[in-house]
Design a protein around this ligand. Sequence first.
Ligand code: NAD
Length: 498
Amino acid sequence: MRNIDHYIGGGAHAAGDRHSDVFDPNNGGVQARVRLGSDADLQRAVDAANSALPGWAATNPQRRARVMFKFKELVEREMDSLAHLLSSEHGKVIADSKGDIQRGLEVIEFACGIPHALKGEYTQGAGPGIDVFSMRQPLGIVSGITPFNFPAMIPMWMFGVAIACGNAFILKPSERDPSVPVRLAELMTEAGLPDGILQVVNGDKEMVDAILDHPDIKAVSFVGSSDIAHYVYRRGVAAGKRVQAMGGAKNHGIVMPDADLDQVVNDLTGAAFGSAGERCMALPVVVPVGDKTADALREKLIPAIEKLRIGVSTDAEAHYGPVVNAAHRQRIENYIQMCADEGGELVVDGRGFTLQGHEEGFFIGPTLFDRVQPHFQSYQEEIFGPVLQIVRADSFEEAVRLPSDHQYGNGVAIFTRNGHAAREFAARVNVGMVGINVPIPVPVAYHSFGGWKRSAFGDINQHGMEGVRFYTKTKTVTQRWPDGSVTGENAFVIPTMG
Ligand code: NAD
């Protein structure tokens, strides 16, 4: 059995006897065991980070950026093998794994421009003989705790920016698919990053708590489900850390009567069922405005859903693969039953799907519900599977209200040909990321990613300039170089520039 170790101080660290199974979702078998670390493993990583930090923080930003350039080259070189490794533990199809890696690499590309992004501000002559300037300094040791569903992209969202800013980064990836994060850390070493600047500690709640409580760790970035995000936020902030904690989602796609329904169906099937619905920016709720729109949409959706091909991750023709493990598949099936019990009309039922030759794999067919009501628990909660719920709205106003009132506020999309409606919607909807005829509005790397309400705790988003702000502290210097003549009447009064 292959063991997945920690990556500490530039090499594998194989201590501890607690493990968790890592499955191959395509066949349901255990393919590896990942170590679940303890306080002692974290301390080892913190010690290595503390030794490496002064040198890295003092390295000029252009040299730090060169490591990012080289890392990008190495990841591109290994794209195929990384994508296969990712798919074998996560279950998403190879092309989608490449997308996962590529979206992370785009943040690395942003980080290549860190010399520019780190420049401070300067005011000459803010007062008589006085200049003011600011600089962005790294925080020190920072940490990221990541979910299973984007094991390449989300770690890179975090460590790309944090390391380029001059910090040391300790990553605690999901214990369900930890191999790609470890491999990325090895590639950073190969790219020239000093040992101790990017480390991976594997583990579960015990390791997360150790990170949250460690006094040398100055900031924690978390992405995962909302209850845990809230917990991480509270405990990390109570320990005096800077914390950003992204949570779950239930994104709505609003379909106006004037939308191009063929385009909508095409976009929706990809956004609802791609990656088996295991995306925080999936579109698991569609809100057609008016019964006529709803009936026409439903009529086009059914055959499109029935045509979807579910296959193993390496099947190049498959639209999506298995979900991550058996417990998650069971959870999704429970939600399907709940929605039916609540009165949803089960139009396509994906339960009981098996793939010939892969009967033990964690597959689940696509599911479609119509006439889902806002008071259903199955609507209010995140299912995180290949399940699409149609919630019919009577008017544009109701369509704005549904995502605005929902507990989650990650992403939302509107499909329409009416620019005024789209503009109104974008301005009024109470959600953090909006797509206009774009089903998965994940902002590009040089903008920032973050939801609202229970989709994010804390106030600074991931990557882009928000990421730079999260991983640096601003120091502002007010300077005067006296010419020898004594000034300073009113020295006992708060100085003003008036
Ligand atoms: P999860 O919350 O189960 O796990 C996330 C991380 O928290 C993992 O590293 C895990 O080891 C750790 N963890 C798990 N249980 C813990 C506990 N009790 N105490 C402390 N730490 C714990 O999430 P997941 O199932 O890996 O990922 C899916 C979730 O992540 C979905 O809710 C999805 O919407 C969300 N997500 C959100 C975003 C976003 O940016 N908003 C992006 C991707 C995924």
